[in-house]
Write a new protein. Structure first.
Length: 534
């Protein structure tokens, strides 16, 4: 059991987390923003429709020739579950009626596959964002944009809960709308739509620069001693704003300094096209409206979507946690995040597919975070990891989002949609053992076999081995007649551990016959650089 001090802290931090939450005013009949015209409902399972009305009111939901009836709770909230529906691309009306006479009609509602796309900037990045950061040639619009069966609902970035915005709506993919869709999510949806032949809906819920813990409720953080320091740091940070108005004043000062910095940045760009950003931007003060605060975006953006009917989740995040030096901790964060999301959406162990971070020349330890992403894959049931270790852009935001998206879709096709002969990803490390003077490495997902590619001139060695001294040396890699990878080094006659692509930046050298890259791996359990960071 928790100590009294721990229980007191838990109550305090949850109270801090809830600062800014709003009460939902009761009216004749209200639906969450996510229920609008052009809605996509998940096929093949019971799906929830919910909202608010007067206490004790009877509410009926009619769709596809069926009617489901419920009654509001004393607080005015109601929720009904529609029976499983078959896929249908022909739009129909969904009607919600209250016994008081109120009525809402949603037009052009279709039934298909619905996925929630979450994360930070690489998931949030729209085609407009990508073209702003790159030339149109580097980040072109899709060759075809008009897909009436692909529809997006994009949650606005919000630091705190706000009243429902009646202007928000699901948007079918057209040449006018797709420019502002998440590029990763669009390519993912397009791949599934083409292969499945049913509508595909995306709930887009992401924000650049955010931590994993921003998208989690407080409970899983409080209950784990490896994660509780996240909330303790936040509590310490906000304690300085005990003087009324101090935080508001700090926010105003930050916005003034940020605007001046941004003007200087634009002037610099005009004088020196293509130059690097001059200096660091001002840091936003941490408080109850700080967009990266623990649990904040879970409260304001994610939880209002639950328990919308889903096929699963796709996720592209981790850069912020790596930059914060907490790569090793991430394996536990990701596992807890997945469990929390699945619990909230009340549909069992929904598939969770995520992107492993690519190579990047940076000062932070991205290899520790990649290791955590691979470790989490073994800890999280019904999950898949898209590997983009062959990305050569060396950009925090790779301009081509198709490989990540299509590899997420590949996992979905195998894990969710039953393509049994499909290899879902590149080689994933399984085991290692010593044979004579070489470490023999075995993998899952090798397809018809392994392939080695030569390193680029001047590139750091992709394969390394070490002996009992734990000093790693470049290794010779070869694929034996049995199809297994063998690593050896004259410098290390009795290797005890091997690592592949163990660095922030590297050249991918190991693939399967489907031309999918292997995930970076290590065969040891040595302490990592970030292992003590909390």
């Amino acid at each position: 059991m928790r100590s009294p001090a721990a229980r007191t802290f838990s109550a305090w931090i949850i109270a801090v987390w809830l600062v800014g939450s709003i009460a939902t005013p009761l009216s004749a009949l209200e639906l969450p923003e996510v229920f609008s015209d052009h809605l996509v409902l998940q096929r093949g399972k019971s799906v929830a429709v919910w909202g608010t009305a007067k206490p004790g009111e009877k509410v009926s939901v009619a769709f596809a020739g069926r009617e489901t009836v419920g009654r509001t709770e004393p607080d005015g909230r109601w929720l009904v579950w529609l029976d499983p529906l078959a896929a249908n691309a022909s739009g129909a009306d969904l009607t919600v009626s209250g016994s008081s006479g109120a009525r809402r009609v949603l037009r052009d509602v279709v039934v298909g596959e619905v996925w929630l796309a979450g994360g930070q900037s690489n998931m949030q990045a729209s085609f407009f964002n990508l073209q702003h950061d790159n030339s149109p040639e580097a980040s072109p619009l899709p060759e075809s944009c008009d897909y009436p069966g692909i529809r997006f609902f994009t949650v606005p970035t919000r630091t705190n809960p706000v009243p429902a915005d009646p202007t928000l709506a699901w948007k079918p993919a057209t040449s006018a709308t797709v420019l502002h869709f998440s590029a990763v999510a669009f390519y993912f949806a397009r791949d599934l739509h083409r292969r499945l032949g049913v509508p595909v809906g995306i709930l887009s819920c992401s924000w650049g620069g955010t931590y994993a813990e921003s998208w989690m409720p407080p409970g899983p953080l409080l209950d784990d001693p490896l994660l509780a320091p996240i909330l303790q740091r936040y509590a310490s940070a906000v304690a300085q704003w005990s003087v009324p108005g101090a935080y508001d004043e700090a926010v105003r000062d930050y916005r003034t300094r940020y605007a001046a910095w941004h003007r200087d940045l634009e002037a610099w760009r005009r004088r020196t096209p293509g130059a690097a950003r001059p200096g660091l931007s001002p840091e936003e003060p941490v408080g109850n409206r700080y967009y990266r605060r623990p649990c904040g975006l879970y409260e304001s953006m994610l939880s209002p979507l639950a328990p919308f009917g889903l096929a699963g989740f796709i996720f592209y995040q981790g850069e912020a946690n790596a930059s914060d030096g907490r790569g090793w901790q991430y394996r536990f964060l990701l596992e807890k995040l997945v469990a929390a999301w699945r619990a909230d959406f009340r549909q069992g162990p929904l598939p969770f597919l995520y992107v492993q971070l690519p190579p990047l020349a940076t000062r932070e330890s991205w290899c520790d975070l990649r290791d955590s992403q691979l470790a989490a894959l073994r800890r999280i049931p019904n999950a898949g990891m898209a590997v983009i270790a062959d990305d050569t852009s060396n950009r925090l935001h790779p301009p081509d989002k198709r490989p990540a998206a299509e590899r997420l879709a590949r996992w979905a096709r195998g894990l969710v949609y039953g393509e049994r002969d499909l290899t879902p990803c590149g080689p994933l490390y399984r085991s290692a053992h010593l044979e004579n003077d070489a470490l023999v490495i075995e993998f899952d997902h090798t397809a018809a076999g392994l392939e080695l590619r030569p390193a680029a001139p001047g590139a750091a060695p992709a394969f390394e081995v070490c002996g009992e001294d734990r000093v790693f040396h470049p290794a010779r890699a070869e694929i034996g007649s049995d199809g297994r990878l063998r690593l050896s080094s004259q410098t290390v006659p009795e290797p005890v551990s091997a690592r592949y692509a163990w660095g922030n930046t590297f050249t991918a050298g190991l693939f399967n016959t489907e031309q999918l890259p292997a995930a970076p791996f290590r065969t040891d359990d040595f302490a990592l650089q970030t292992q003590d960071a909390r």
